[in-house]
Design a protein around this ligand. Structure first.
Ligand code: NAI
Ligand code: NA
Length: 395
């Protein structure tokens, strides 16, 4: 079929297999070009199909020749209807890994459930024995709690009164003011249940009980802090409470890993265009200004550059540097004073008319379509492509 982008709000309903394949190949080439990292050998990535999780899987496999198991929740294709992009990403990742002689298998299902945890444990036992790294990179708006069956929804709300600021519709380029009503305790609780650390802890408990963690085992989950411009809706909002909880969970997990001399980390990453971040109000305007400033200063990174740096210069460096709260920081360039000052200055001037030159709206837009395999360089979008791609090592 010939596949074109069909967008609705901040999602794209279609995805292009060839574009997704090219994205995976480009990420592999980047990691390979940076040389070998003396890193992990047997890795489980939870949320492995897109964004930071996919980049973590690629960096493990192609930076350190690691065997990888990927867990994700993606929609398979049906005749005439493309799969979700993470499906294609995973299919082509596995194809490349297998070509390189690397073990790679995947599990598609709800990572929050007991069933998928059990299936993953069984696969590790059967194929890998013990693993030495777990990356936790889930981003989800909902979670069905595995014990109660209750469904929780996360929300993106401020907590200190009504928050009014500018935002941009990145499809039309229209900058407008939005006001978001503050969340209440229930909103906080729901968001913490979905995006906090409980499920990360459940995963490590399940893996530890099954005795599949190797001595010196590490686990990393991803967090975000960001600027004063976005803190009302992000770090000081409902999602920020979930990130506080996630960060606190790293310490609880580390305590449980003592006998193994294992360690749980949170890595604070840079703001990037992903399916998850496009849905957050105000963030797209911030990112389009941030991209402009960081590109001008030669500091811009995508998911793969971020994670390659995380592995090579933090996690598997001689010493893993952390901040005063024990967190690894690869948002250091985003948070540089000169970068933040410039973004804050541009923020005041950004309007529908000025944003195309002040900000990198085009870069935002391209990155957004790239997530779905569109606007990827070198792809002929008039070509008839097969949407019925299988994931070779899908369990
Ligand atoms: P993403 O949307 O690209 O990836 C989410 C992953 O989770 C996908 O692999 C998806 O299949 C999987 N997933 C979602 N629900 C699932 C479920 N129920 N069962 C199994 N798999 C499921 O998101 P992104 O942006 O890579 O986010 C990953 C983490 O990084 C999140 O914790 C996010 O807060 C964090 N982060 C994101 C930043 C950004 O700017 N995008 C910045 C810093 C941190
Ligand atoms: Na991810």
């Amino acid at each position: 079929m010939i596949i074109e982008p069909r967008t609705r709000g901040f999602i794209c309903l279609t995805s292009h297999p060839k574009g997704c394949e090219q994205n995976v190949i480009d990420q592999i080439e980047y990691v390979t070009s940076k040389g070998e990292i003396e890193g992990p050998k047997k890795v489980l990535v939870i949320g492995a199909s897109t964004g930071f999780g996919l980049a973590s899987r690629i960096t493990s496999a192609f930076g350190s020749n690691a065997s990888t198991i990927g867990v994700f929740l993606e929609k398979p294709p049906t005749e005439g209807r493309p799969a979700s992009p993470g499906w294609y990403n995973s299919a082509y990742f596995e194809e490349q890994a297998h070509k390189a002689g690397l073990y790679a298998k995947s599990i598609n299902g709800d990572a929050f459930s007991h069933e998928i945890k059990k299936q993953t444990v069984d696969l590790i036992k059967a194929d890998l024995g013990k693993i030495d790294l777990v990356i936790y990179s889930l981003a989800s708006p909902v979670r069905v709690h595995p014990d109660s069956g209750e469904k929780f929804k996360s929300v993106l709300k401020p907590l200190e009164g009504v928050f009014t600021n500018n935002t941009v519709d990145f499809h039309t380029g229209v900058v407008s003011e939005i006001s978001i009503e503050p969340g209440n305790q229930e909103d906080i609780d729901n968001t913490v249940t979905v995006m906090g650390g409980e499920d990360w802890g459940f995963w490590i408990d399940a893996l530890q009980e099954a005795d599949v963690l190797a001595p010196g085992f590490k686990t990393v989950a991803y967090s975000y802090i960001g600027s004063e411009l976005t803190e009302a809706v992000y770090r000081k909002g409902t999602i920020g409470r979930a990130k506080d909880h996630l960060e606190a969970t790293a310490f609880t997990i580390t305590d449980k890993l003592k006998a193994l001399e294992g360690k749980a980390y949170v890595s604070v990453n840079k703001a990037l265009v992903t399916q998850a971040s496009s849905a957050i109000p105000v963030i797209p305007l911030y990112i389009s200004l941030l991209y402009k400033v960081m590109k001008e200063k030669g500091l811009h990174e995508g998911c793969i550059e971020q994670i390659q740096r995380l592995f090579s210069e933090r996690l598997y460096a001689e010493t893993t540097e952390t901040d005063e709260k024990g967190r690894i920081r690869v948002d250091d360039w985003e948070m540089r004073d000169d970068v933040q000052a410039e973004v804050a200055r541009l923020w005041k001037e950004a309007t529908t008319e000025t944003l195309p030159t002040l900000g990198d709206l085009e870069g935002y837009n391209t990155d957004f379509f790239n997530l779905f395999g569109f606007k990827v360089e070198g792809i002929d979008y008039d070509e008839d492509v097969n949407e019925m791609v299988e994931i070779p090592g899908l369990q």
